[in-house]
Design a protein around this ligand. Structure first.
Ligand SMILES: *Cc1c(COP(=O)(O)O)cnc(C)c1O
Length: 357
């Protein structure tokens, strides 16, 4: 702590991302990245964008990217708000739509741990709604909160780090019953088998959906995410963005992101492989005695009745395998394991079978 820090900075409690090790021979299953390279078309598009355009600022509103994402989802470009990773889009969302004096936002007790960090950064009051005993998000519990005390709800679907997904029809009920709330659905993992709420956007002006290219499109290093919603709502995010950074998506990121959305075959092949590997890994883990929550994401959340999660984490680490453990008391007996390649998952199973036997 420095004497030069503002009092406000002293109060912050920043997000701690999963480890990005310098050592390259580790099996890295700790931050939900894709085990596959991005589409070759993405790399080619980035290469071409380096030619003679980099001296120029990019499009401030990423017009070509908004058009490409809009075309993909059958939405006009003005329904798309891109940013430098969906974390940045989330930050703008919190500041522009969630900061209402005298009202709270709601999100699950077990959820993306960046949400409370933004609440503190922007001085937003929040209330955690506990997951059900089976770790699912129970939307009736949100409807039980006095509606006038709330301005918004946010949750990932599938949820993180559980991997459990809600059905679109359940979320639609919340949209119908609470038209005065903003309902933000963080779909970082939706492409691995859950139902997206994007088809509801034209119908509900209180819905905002967030997506990222970091997981299902193998581009965590490029930093591109976006929000989808009706233009009037998104205009609030644009106002915040233009009060912060006019050019959040650089030229290389925009070119690569567009190419990723245009290579549907590669997307289907890689996400399909992750899903198949997840299902095989789930079965193998269950054979070793693990409880595996039903996942629609590119990770599984697992617990072993006879082995302490922190000790398993350390034992795997000693075998050069990284997974993620969270200290929150309700989930401290769980590990979150990203779906790697088939071969990486086989190595994981081999290692775990030695550890737990
Ligand atoms: C990974 C993740 C994000 C952030 O994605 P970026 O686009 O890489 O910033 C947002 N929400 C959830 C739930 C995530 O797991």
């Amino acid at each position: 702590m420095s004497a030069y820090w503002s009092d406000f900075v002293k109060t912050l409690d920043p997000y701690v991302p999963g480890e990005q090790p310098k050592q390259t021979d580790l099996i890295k299953l700790n931050t939900n990245e894709s085990p596959f390279a991005p589409s070759p078309a993405v790399l080619e598009a980035i290469r071409q964008a380096t030619a003679d355009q980099l001296r120029l600022y990019p499009s401030p509103e990423s017009d070509r990217l908004r058009t490409a994402v809009g075309r993909y989802y059958d939405l006009p470009a003005d329904h798309v708000f891109p940013g430098n990773g969906s974390d940045e889009v989330l930050a703008h969302l919190f500041l522009s739509l969630f900061r209402h004096r005298g009202q709270q936002i709601l999100f699950p007790d077990i959820s993306y741990s960046f949400y409370p960090v933004y609440c503190r950064l922007y001085d937003i009051d929040y209330q955690n709604v506990p997951l059900a005993d089976d770790f699912s998000v129970r939307l009736q519990d949100y409807l039980a909160v006095p509606p006038e005390s709330v301005c918004a709800v946010i949750f990932p679907n599938p949820n993180a780090p559980t991997g459990i997904a809600l059905k679109r029809a359940e979320i639609e009920q919340l949209l119908i019953q609470r038209p005065q709330w903003v309902i933000a659905v963080d779909e970082a993992y939706v492409d691995f088998g859950a139902e997206s709420c994007v088809p509801l956007i034209k119908k509900y002006k209180n819905l905002v959906v967030l997506q990222t290219l970091s997981k299902s499109r193998s581009l965590a290093g490029l930093r591109v995410g976006f929000a989808l919603g009706q233009p009037e709502l998104l205009e609030g995010l644009v106002r915040v963005k233009n009060s912060f950074n006019s050019y959040p998506v650089d030229r290389l990121a925009e070119a690569g992101a567009i190419a990723a959305f245009e290579d549907q075959a590669y997307f289907e092949q890689t996400t399909g492989e992750v899903i198949a590997t997840r299902d095989a890994l789930t079965e193998a883990l269950q054979k070793l005695g693990f409880v595996v929550l039903p996942s629609k994401a590119n990770f599984v959340f697992i617990s072993h009745p006879r082995h302490d999660a922190a000790q398993l984490l350390a034992a795997l680490r000693a075998n050069a395998i990284l997974v993620r453990h969270f200290r929150h008391p309700r989930i401290s007996s769980f590990l979150r394991v990203t779906i790697g390649t088939k071969k990486q998952c086989e190595t994981l199973i081999k290692s775990l079978s030695e550890i737990v036997s």
